[in-house]
Design a binder for this molecule. Structure first.
Ligand code: GLU
Length: 280
């Protein structure tokens, strides 16, 4: 059933690549907004978030990677025609606006502020902000217990912004990636790390940190994960339909089980989310 589509996609992608190679690089390598089926896609993901988006060698793994592949398939793009690119939290809007990537699947919360520069398909998942602390920490039980503590997060993330606004007594230390925060938590340079619970569960279960950390387990926000798109991209509603189909046919449940089962993460009752309402 799929092989014909795949072959056409591969041929079209090869043609597109040739054209792009001859045609200068002024559009930064991103696909043309609203272009039809069969072209390759440049997809932004995280490279350092186990269970979500992790690059080890040249094969990325994780929930966002699997959702991206499934959506691409619905758009007629085979996974062989996806070019993966790292999309760190502080760079995501810029990567979409200057068309360095076509789409971003990277634990990317839909917010009104971000919607001023980009649009979102989805949401396709709902996570919640939480805290990661040392396994033997009994003092930190929620954001109200962080007064005077050093809390690590990532610049430009919704969790860092929420802490800065709502918990001004906390000493916030911001890095570019959560994996740097995890290293600093391990060495005792910071007391806790805050971001989405599903990301924290991935680190807590990572073999290199086994037994070192615990997720506090009291989420204090709703993070609606969307597919980030350039505002001119006409595929936004088409991707919403693709996401709906992936939930209806059981693909999403399988992807959730494959990626979160192993880390012992159970999605909240806010899942599955209502899809739509965030296209430009
Ligand atoms: N979902 C939050 C955000 O988009 C935190 C996770 C991340 O930084 O990717 O800001």
């Amino acid at each position: 059933m799929r092989s014909t589509t795949f072959r056409i996609a591969a041929l079209a992608s090869a043609a597109a690549f040739t054209l792009a190679a001859c045609g200068g690089d002024d559009d930064g390598g991103g696909g043309e907004a609203g272009s039809g089926d069969g072209e390759g896609l440049t997809v932004g993901i995280k490279y350092d978030q186990p269970g979500l988006g992790l690059m080890e060698g040249s094969d990325p793994t994780g929930f966002d990677v699997d959702v991206a592949k499934a959506v691409a398939d619905k758009l007629g793009v085979s996974e062989d025609d996806i070019t993966w690119q790292e999309a760190p939290t502080p760079q995501r809007e810029d990567l979409l606006v200057n068309e360095s990537v076509d789409m971003i699947f990277a634990t990317y919360s839909i917010t009104d502020e971000r919607k001023e520069r980009v649009q979102f398909s989805g949401p396709y998942f709902v996570a919640g902000q939480d805290l990661l602390v040392a396994a033997d920490d009994t003092e930190i039980t929620g954001p109200d217990t962080l007064e005077g503590k050093i809390l690590c997060s990532v610049a430009g993330s919704t969790p860092a912004e929420r802490v800065a606004e709502e918990y001004p007594g906390v000493q916030l230390q911001e890095f570019d990636t959560y994996s740097l925060c995890v290293e600093n938590l391990s060495s005792g340079q910071v007391d806790a790390l805050t971001t989405d619970d599903v990301i924290l569960a991935g680190y807590a279960a990572q073999s290199q940190w086994e037994g070192q950390f615990q997720v506090v387990g009291a989420p204090f926000s709703e993070e609606l994960y969307g597919v980030g798109l350039n505002q001119d991209d006409e595929r936004c509603e088409e991707i919403n339909t693709a996401l709906e189909e992936l939930y209806e046919d059981g693909t999403m449940d399988q992807i959730i089980e494959d990626n979160f089962g192993a880390v012992g993460y159970t999605p909240s009752d806010a899942n599955p989310p209502e899809i739509g309402g965030h296209c430009a």
